[in-house]
Design a protein around this ligand. Structure first.
Ligand SMILES: Cc1ncc(COP(=O)(O)O)c(C=O)c1O
Length: 484
């Protein structure tokens, strides 16, 4: 079990220089290991729990030996998310300048609420948000840092509700007519959570069917709005998606903006994942019309490779955050000084991490041109993956590819249940620790969702993934003959 990670000389005392040297050793050892070997040493929950419980450490003995042993066990048993065969999530690994930011943020440990406690961080956040407002087309509006896409979507729904019902802050939902919010059937599940947390409930959330490419059907949207209105519901918000979670599809934002204008609805665009193509070359075209939205979600911790979390919410107009979030007796924290620049009143949080430091260092290092090249390269690699699927007689693409989401499956096998066959191939690769990809459903059909979003992944890693996939599928197919 000892991989040589435990520093030979442990700091004898509390926090001192020795500690940071030892920490640096641990980090550099892990940095070397994290991109090679198995993606994960798969273990059942009970086995892993047992391993952690039988760790030879004494709780409370203030021993650094115990701390480093625990760290070693944690790292040895974690998924190597920077590994070039990790394709499981809408984020992978992390970019090094942003990683430095994450570490520095932790040691300087402050909170974003006041300029007093976070002076340089406040300026960095404002500057970074200004850059993004320009890139995303919200230069006249506002932006705030959130804890991620789910949180941004929730806040956006609150903004829409407060816009529609200006007295909501004071009176709450009691006495208001039932409302209606429209999302595509392929929208992220955070919208369901947002409806519940905002207090309007799931009955007020209408899921509009999508077409075969995953785009919200605008005629259906209009029909649903008219039906809701006839039932006495007030249409509050339409939520489009820029890069759906499974297919990576983009709604038609111009069409959604027209409908939103006609029915006096707030238009929110969830671009948590696919908003990043704002930096891209060719694929930027998918965002056409999104600058007409009232608000937009984007996560820098997804396609841009900034360590989790780094979420942003944009608004087209100013004053929205102040209206919803600026509340209560804050005299203990926000002081009327001559140079008051506090960001806290505009956030739903009180304490808040300095997530933009990661982003800032990433920006300093790469700049917008670097982001463009990275995202364009993901699209190039995804094209290679698509070509490989098309060239293999046993594979099929299940949905037209938009960006770096690739939905495919093995279409030929001795199994008459392709869903369970494909699921088993995926599990085999995961259990062996060779490659880690995800599954999802397109209707009733299981699909293998391959996401290419690690900046260090190469063409050869993509080919290796398909070689591993085809071998595992052939192996499983062979076993099926033997069982027959
Ligand atoms: C389209 C979309 N919106 C929102 C989210 C939620 O983002 P977060 O994990 O940052 O809360 C996701 C996550 O995958 C997503 O794909």
């Amino acid at each position: 079990m000892n991989t040589g990670m435990i520093p030979s000389k442990l700091p004898s005392n509390t926090v001192d220089e020795g500690l940071f040297k030892d920490l640096a050793n641990v980090l550099s050892h892990y940095a070397r290991e994290r991109k090679s070997g198995k993606v994960v040493e798969y273990q059942q929950y009970a086995t892993l729990k047992n391993k952690l419980q039988s760790l030879d450490v004494t709780i409370g003995n203030q021993s650094w030996d115990s701390v480093w042993k625990t760290v070693e066990t944690y790292l040895d048993n974690s998924v190597k998310t920077a590994h070039p065969q990790y394709f499981n999530q809408l984020w992978a690994g992390q970019s090094e300048p942003a990683l430095v930011g994450s570490i520095i943020e932790a040691i300087a440990n402050t909170s974003m609420y006041t300029y007093e406690v976070a002076p340089v961080a406040t300026i960095i956040e404002n500057e970074m948000l200004n850059v993004f407002k320009n890139v995303f087309g919200f230069s006249e509006g506002e932006a705030q840092v959130t804890t991620g896409g789910s949180n941004s979507n929730y806040v956006a729904l609150l903004l829409a509700l407060h816009e529609k019902f200006p007295n909501l802050k004071q009176s709450g939902l009691q006495g208001l007519p039932p409302c209606a919010v429209f999302v595509s059937a392929d929208a992220h599940y955070s919208m369901d959570k947002a409806a519940v947390m905002a207090g309007i409930g799931l009955d007020s959330l209408y899921k509009v069917p999508t077409d075969e490419r995953g785009v919200m059907n605008v005629d259906e949207l209009e029909k649903q709005i008219q039906t809701c209105k006839a039932q006495g519901r007030v249409p509050v918000s339409i939520i489009g998606t820029a890069g759906t979670t499974v297919r990576g599809a983009y709604d038609n934002f111009d069409a959604l903006a027209d409908v939103a204008g006609q029915y006096h609805c707030w238009l929110h665009v969830d671009g948590a994942w696919g908003g990043a193509v704002a930096f891209a070359g060719e694929t930027r075209k998918f965002l056409k019309g999104f600058e007409r939205a009232d608000s937009m979600t984007w996560d820098a911790h997804k396609m841009l490779g900034v360590p989790l979390m780094c979420g942003v919410l944009f608004t087209r107009n100013t004053g929205c955050f102040d209206r919803v979030c600026n509340l209560g007796d804050t005299s203990y924290i926000f002081h009327d000084t001559e140079d008051r620049q506090d960001l806290g009143p505009y956030s739903l949080q009180c304490g808040r991490r300095v997530d933009m430091l990661k982003m800032w260092l990433e920006y300093v290092f790469y700049g917008e041109q670097g982001f463009k090249e990275r995202i364009d390269n993901f699209m190039h690699l995804s094209n290679i993956a698509e070509q490989r699927i098309q060239s293999e007689p046993t594979l099929e693409l299940q949905s037209e590819r938009w960006i770096n989401n690739i939905c495919f499956r093995t279409k030929v096998s001795r199994s008459d249940d392709l869903n369970s066959f494909n699921k088993s191939v995926r599990e085999r690769l995961h259990r062996q620790g060779n490659s880690f990809v995800n599954i999802a459903y397109l209707g009733d059909e299981l699909t293998i969702r391959l996401i290419i979003t690690n900046k260090d992944v190469t063409e050869s890693d993509i080919q290796t993934f398909f070689d591993l996939w085809l071998d595992a599928a052939a192996e499983l197919d062979g076993e099926l003959i033997q069982c027959a």
